[in-house]
Design a protein around this ligand. Structure first.
Ligand SMILES: *[C@@H]1O[C@H](CO)[C@@H](O)[C@H](O)[C@H]1NC(C)=O
Length: 355
């Protein structure tokens, strides 16, 4: 009588065995999946394309690693942001006490591929000129891209122009800034191989140190991000107000488009007006600093063009000559615009006497 009961106590019915076997099988498969998931995640993190190595071109005496760069920017905290450009924001980063670099974080989705990025950036890393900001290194992965530059304490030329009214304007300082940037552009256009077109020359891409030495920044970014010279899908890489008319209309880029933008910067540097100053609205649509300067020259009112104090202090003939130089940089005819090398030569002839 007790037989069957005992039997069912000691063993399992076929149904029970079946259920247990299925449960064990399901748990095993789940475990295997979890292990596989963890394993692939780990593999991706350590050996996959998301490696977080920083490539360093120039030794600055302290190690530049992904962690200490990100930490020094406060995790790209807005309070450390020192500039915003079309390609992303720039952050000040004190890597160790007294050693400060500038980190340009490239916006997501603007670049075409990490491989092309590596190839292009090697070119940029080789560029060396006393009036170019130095690219110290970079980090490029699928999730984060930034460029590391030397930091310049004097801020950018846009800020310099805005704050100029608070101090005396020195023609020597303005001339030096103009010549420094002309030299940097002449180097990019003529002396380096392959030649580099800047495509976004504007005051906020010109940095100053404490002695008013000027440094061009932002060069090569359009190339770096895979916007090829003939590619027009993202439109013009430049900034409204500084872009040469033929570049804006046809996306045809050339060294003469940089010359145009340089001319606009020079006009802004000499006057109190912006490229598209609000005060021009009374002259009608599309009136800009070029038309304004041409109008004043035509009417023999060149004096009115210059920022307060500059005309009174400066050599009048040289100031008018520099104004003419800026204007010829911005004419519509590409063959009439000088090359940057010619601009450098002309500015040297107009060198203020040093004392
Ligand atoms: C950013 O920096 C400011 C000032 O140092 C700080 O108050 C703020 O908490 C920081 N924000 C983040 C998200 O860390």
């Amino acid at each position: 009588m007790g037989g069957p009961t005992q039997e069912s106590g000691n063993g399992f019915s076929p149904i029970e065995i079946g259920s247990i076997t299925s449960a064990v099988a399901i748990v095993s498969v789940l475990l295997a999946l979890v292990v596989l998931f963890l394993y692939t995640r780990k593999w991706n993190r350590t050996q996959g394309p998301t490696g977080k190595e920083v490539t360093v071109f120039t030794n600055i005496g302290v190690p530049l690693t992904f962690e200490n760069v990100v930490l020094a920017t406060g995790g790209f905290n807005a309070s450390n942001c020192i500039g915003n450009g079309g390609f992303g924001a720039t952050y000040k980063a004190e890597i160790s006490p007294g050693i400060v670099v500038a980190i340009k974080r490239l916006s997501d989705g603007r670049f075409q591929g990490v491989q092309q990025f590596h190839a292009e950036i090697k070119t940029l890393g080789r560029l060396r000129h006393p009036n170019l900001v130095t690219l110290l290194g970079y980090q490029a992965s699928d999730t984060e891209m930034f460029l590391i530059y030397n930091y310049l304490a004097g801020g950018n030329l846009e800020k310099f122009i805005q704050e100029r009214s608070t101090r005396a304007v020195d023609w020597k300082v303005l001339h030096k800034i103009a010549l420094d940037i002309a030299r940097a552009l002449a180097y990019l256009h003529d002396q380096c191989v392959p030649r580099v077109l800047h495509r976004d020359v504007k005051p906020s891409n010109i940095l100053l140190d404490d002695d008013f030495n000027a440094y061009l920044s932002g060069f090569g970014l359009a190339r770096l991000l895979g916007t090829s010279e003939t590619h027009a899908t993202t439109g013009v890489a430049g900034t409204f107000g500084y872009v040469a008319p033929e570049y804006a209309l046809t996306c045809r880029v050339s060294d003469k488009a940089d010359v145009y933008s340089y001319g606009i910067v020079l006009l802004e540097l000499l006057s109190d007006k912006k490229a598209l100053d609000p005060s021009f609205s009374s002259y009608g649509n599309g009136f800009n600093i070029v038309q304004w300067s041409c109008m004043l020259l035509r009417q023999g009112r060149a004096k009115e063009f210059f920022t307060a104090g500059l005309w009174d202090a400066g050599p009048h003939d040289d100031l008018v000559e520099v104004l003419h130089l800026a204007v010829v940089c911005t004419v519509d005819s590409l063959s009439t615009r000088p090359t940057m090398r010619q601009v450098v030569r002309r500015l040297k002839q107009l060198q203020p006497p040093s004392c």
